[in-house]
Design a protein around this ligand. Structure first.
Ligand code: GLA
Length: 403
């Protein structure tokens, strides 16, 4: 079992900057004109699969994320290198080739953002040399791709002075993901990353993008992420399937009641009108979306009152709904969460992100953390046959230029 405590403090970011500039120099010959940037990853505390249903989400940015060194070139060439995919080497492209391709691999993410800027009339005047280094575990569901997208937008704004807000960076990142990389995600990940604030989660209403920062002061407890290490597999197609099941439910409900999205319903209204949804499966999907949205609203109220116990119970209820009604958990995430629930000192535990693999998020009392990692780790390994990884995380800021 591996245990990580990731923190990005001043000293650490200095070391990181040096490490990245050194590698930049090795790869591109010199680091003249290069600047170093950082964009976080994210974890969602509650409000899952609500962001494409006009509901609320409650994510926060992490202190792990993506570092990037970049500089302008005098021509239209683009050169990319990732320290996470060393064997891929330097990937060359050009501003005249902003089209997705299988060969481009991970560079489809930064290229997608460049394309999205140009789609909005912001022409990128010169090529760039870019080197990335991510501290988010690959495929963990902590939004490494959204982190790369927001980072790219942040770099473009810094170098070329485009008049875009951080919220625009989120929307551009999502647009790139949807239309360039053809992943039909909602706004949560890019928003949480672009708008992150240290020690705060973001209570975002995805119906109109109004939001509020809520301080997360977990007295005597921490956020622990457990990564299932399950390969994603069918994740994306199932994600799109859930989206269309919710759309079917919504269009049937709209014949009975005037609503814009499932987020417009509360539990009582859902109970009253659910008969309009013809398929039993779509009814359960819609039930999750409606109840999860209401749970998220209640969870934030509980937190504001300082009732962390209630918050934890709502996290647990969220997992059950994702398991039984939305069916996006699977044996790995269920094993992690069920093991977590059995441990005294665990305030709440649930899957986080899209599901079908990826991570769980738990709030664990300080004195119980070591035991939690050991016990959940061994129960998981016995049941599933391979190890989980654990991360005690901190809530960090949105994108920054490293000083
Ligand atoms: C993924 C998507 C988000 C959101 C979550 C589920 O992370 O990118 O937009 O839909 O799944 O809550």
């Amino acid at each position: 079992m591996r245990i990580f405590a990731q923190m990005r403090r001043n000293g650490e970011s200095r070391i990181m900057k040096e490490k990245i500039l050194n590698r930049f120099q090795e790869i591109y010959g010199d680091s003249e004109g290069a600047k170093v940037f950082f964009a976080p990853g994210r974890v969602n505390l509650i409000g899952e699969h609500t962001d494409y249903n006009g509901g609320h989400v409650f994510p926060c940015a992490l202190t792990i994320g993506t570092y990037g060194a970049a500089r302008r070139r005098n021509d239209r060439k683009l050169r990319f290198f990732s320290m996470n995919f060393e064997s891929v080497g330097v990937v060359e492209s050009s501003l005249d080739e902003l089209t997705p391709s299988g060969q481009a691999g991970w560079t489809n993410y930064p290229k997608g953002v460049m394309w999205a800027f140009e789609e909005r009339g912001m022409k990128i005047p010169s090529g760039m040399d870019i080197l990335l280094y991510g501290t988010i575990p690959n495929g963990s569901g902590l939004s490494s791709s959204a982190s790369v997208e927001v980072l790219t937008g942040f770099i473009l704004r810094d170098f070329f002075g485009f008049a875009v807000s951080n919220q625009d960076l989120a929307l551009i990142g999502q647009y790139a993901e949807n239309h360039f990389n053809k992943v039909n995600c909602g706004i949560m990940d890019q928003f949480a990353i672009a708008m992150g604030k240290k020690d705060h989660a973001i209570f975002l209403d995805t119906a109109d993008l109004s939001y509020e920062y809520a301080p997360i002061t977990l007295k005597g407890a921490k956020i622990v992420i457990a990564c299932s290490n399950k390969k994603r597999g069918l994740g994306e197609s199932k994600y799109n399937e859930r989206r269309s099941e919710c759309e079917t439910a919504l269009s049937e409900l709209q014949k009975e009641i005037k609503i814009e999205s499932l987020g417009d319903l509360d539990e009582a209204a859902f109970e009253k009108y659910q008969g309009a949804i013809s398929s039993e499966v779509c009814r359960r999907r819609a039930k999750h979306a409606v109840f999860e949205n209401q749970r998220t609203i209640r969870a934030v109220e509980a937190l504001k009152k300082g009732d962390i116990t209630e918050f934890g119970q709502l996290m647990n209820a969220s997992h059950i709904s994702l398991r039984d009604d939305y069916e996006v958990t699977g044996p790995e995430l269920d094993a992690l969460v069920e093991a977590a629930w059995s441990i005294p000192g665990v305030i709440g535990s649930r899957m986080t992100g899209a599901g079908f693999g990826g991570c769980t998020v738990s709030i664990v009392k300080d004195e119980a953390i070591d035991g939690f990692i050991e016990k959940v780790g061994s129960i998981y390994e016995n049941k599933i046959g391979y190890k989980a990884d654990f991360y005690v995380v901190e809530i960090g800021d949105g994108p920054v230029i490293l000083p």
